[in-house]
Write a protein that binds this ligand. Structure first.
Ligand SMILES: C[S@@+](CC[C@H](N)C(=O)[O-])C[C@H]1O[C@@H](n2cnc3c(N)ncnc32)[C@H](O)[C@@H]1O
Length: 270
């Protein structure tokens, strides 16, 4: 197992018992389910725990992303520019600043195909003239998206991938100082559960940084957005007020927001 993440305490997402380590795999002492670790992929797979929270909407979302993963990067870029009127440069700047502000292990929730992470790490390295040394745990529920992230981030020494549900995180409370969630909350069905879980795994005053797509304020996009919700690639069509209320309800204190077209870049303290 990666030395860089040995300090992180993994726990059963259902029974909340610390895992026992068995031949590199994690085993819950109560429900006896096993999460497998693949050294060659540097992947922890919590697949046996994914059904605990499964809903029809999550199944639709996971299916949509397994198709989407085939050509995710160009489609996401086209959507960002044409539908949400955002700039890729602004998104990458915010993401790379997140690496700059980090201390210790970083949990990147809903990492997707990792393309944006790679660009942001490159920008960080260019600015600070050194690569990011912090352990980076990229978490996603979709194996297809995660496999792409593993390829895209294969050169990042401290990267490990975690297949798990953001609404049922396999970590002890207060495990992280930094959690990122770029483009995740509008995709995760029942995002309030993911928000509460992220709050739980952050230490007090730990930081959440990320982005979320908000309802575009042009009527022409309305029909397209409804289609995305139908397909499952978009689960919640947030207004700015709804999203900020969700953050507050989970216990977060807002530090800053920045608009990027109709997307919102944000930073909040636990
Ligand atoms: C729009 S992509 C974001 C990808 C990347 N962070 C980016 O900004 O390009 C949303 C991701 O959320 C993931 N996702 C959806 N539901 C999830 C859940 N319950 N737990 C973890 N990830 C989930 C999808 O599989 C997808 O990869």
């Amino acid at each position: 197992m990666q030395n860089s993440i040995k300090s992180i305490l993994f726990q059963c997402p259902t029974c909340e018992k610390p895992f026992l380590l068995k031949d590199l795999n994690f085993c819950c002492p109560k429900c006896l389910r096993v999460a497998k670790y693949s050294p060659e992929l540097r992947r922890f797979d919590f697949q046996p725990f994914l059904n605990d929270f499964s809903t029809l909407q999550q199944e639709r979302t996971s299916f949509a992303y397994s198709i989407y993963s085939l050509i995710y990067a160009p489609i996401a870029l086209l959507n960002l520019i044409a539908v949400w009127h955002g700039s890729l440069g602004k998104q990458i700047r915010h993401y790379s600043e997140s690496f700059q502000k980090s201390h210790g292990p970083i949990l990147d929730v809903a990492i997707g195909d990792g393309a944006l992470t790679v660009l942001s790490l490159a920008k960080f390295a260019q600015k600070s003239r050194k690569p990011c040394h912090h352990p980076l745990l990229g978490l996603d529920i979709s194996l297809d998206m995660l496999s792409k992230a593993e390829k895209n981030l294969s050169k990042i020494k401290n990267f490990v991938s975690i297949r798990a549900d953001a609404r049922n995180l396999p970590f002890s409370s207060g495990s992280f100082n930094q959690v990122f969630c770029y483009g995740g909350f509008h995709s995760i069905p029942l995002p309030e559960k993911a928000m509460k879980e992220i709050f739980r795994v952050l230490e007090p005053n730990g930081r959440l940084r990320g982005s979320v797509l908000l309802t575009p304020n042009r009527p022409i996009s309305g029909a397209l957005i409804r289609k995305y919700v139908e397909w499952g690639s978009l689960s919640t069509n947030f207004t700015r007020f709804q999203f900020l209320s969700l953050l507050k309800k989970a216990g977060f204190r807002l530090i800053s927001t920045e608009s990027n077209g109709s997307t919102l870049l944000f930073e909040a303290y636990a």
